[in-house]
Write a protein that binds this ligand. Sequence first.
Ligand code: FAD
Ligand code: FES
Length: 259
Amino acid sequence: MNGPMIKSIVESRIEAKNIKTILFEYPNKMIPGQFFMIWIPGVDEIPMSVSYIDKKIKGITFKKVGEATDALFKLKKGDKIGVRGPYGNGFKVNGKRILFVGGGTGIGMLAPAVEEAARKNMLSTVVIGVKNKNELFFEDRFRECGAEVYVSTDDGSKGYEGFASDLAKKILSEKSFDSVLTCGPEVMMKKLLDISKNIPFQASLERYMKCGIGICGQCCIGEGLRVCKDGPVFDGETLKKTEDFGVYKRDAAGRKIKV
Ligand SMILES: Cc1cc2nc3c(=O)[nH]c(=O)nc-3n(C[C@H](O)[C@H](O)[C@H](O)COP(=O)(O)OP(=O)(O)OC[C@H]3O[C@@H](n4cnc5c(N)ncnc54)[C@H](O)[C@@H]3O)c2cc1C
Ligand code: FES
């Protein structure tokens, strides 16, 4: 296993309530949907998807949810983190018209895929769903890509009142798409898979990760698929055959828990 490269934070930005982006120098090539293992010295090492892909600079966008992300949130320009990666397979961004659906922090990792679609002159429709408008981020970034952007909030404080999957269902009934790409709560992604029917589908999954490179088996799903190595992006055909999808995952001790 490669050890982490120590990187200085070159910029950090608050994106929304409890949501922050950290940028660091990282010249390796990356595909949207790939992830890093981020080491927060003295605290933990956690998986984080790439949310900014520039030639020299890469970034992660994360929500403060527990000990590690809380410590990461407190870091500022010049502070150091350890970075391993890039890991995982990433999205295949193809087709003429793509529907992107991001829920919560899953919105962050979709941004480089929407930017790739814009570079390839594809037409993007982006649905972003959050609990309330204070948690909304990257709306302008998606619009700057020329994407048609729809917002849903659980409490109706902005845009459509309800779940992103319900808004996506409405859009899918009105327009045709060549591909659906999603990241967010697994229950949302499962609903989307069901309503996407025959449209090629890709979803980025989250499982508890330790090694990040396919050795420890902590992130296994279905018939021996490793989310860190075979994913985190899986296509619809694979997910239809994966009984765990939308049903259960494993905690840090390997116990099965509901998603
Ligand atoms: C491939 C992948 C990409 C991710 N990308 C992002 C991202 O771009 N932005 C973002 O905000 N979050 C992302 N996450 C989730 C992020 O890793 C967890 O929120 C983080 O590990 C929480 O750590 P904590 O100590 O702050 O919280 P804890 O209190 O330890 O945990 C909070 C939640 O995070 C989960 N978690 C904790 N440690 C891990 C771990 N090692 N692996 C997986 N899940 C864990 C827990 O199961 C729990 O549900 C990603 C997860 C995976 C697997
Ligand atoms: S995290 Fe170790 S096999 Fe995936």
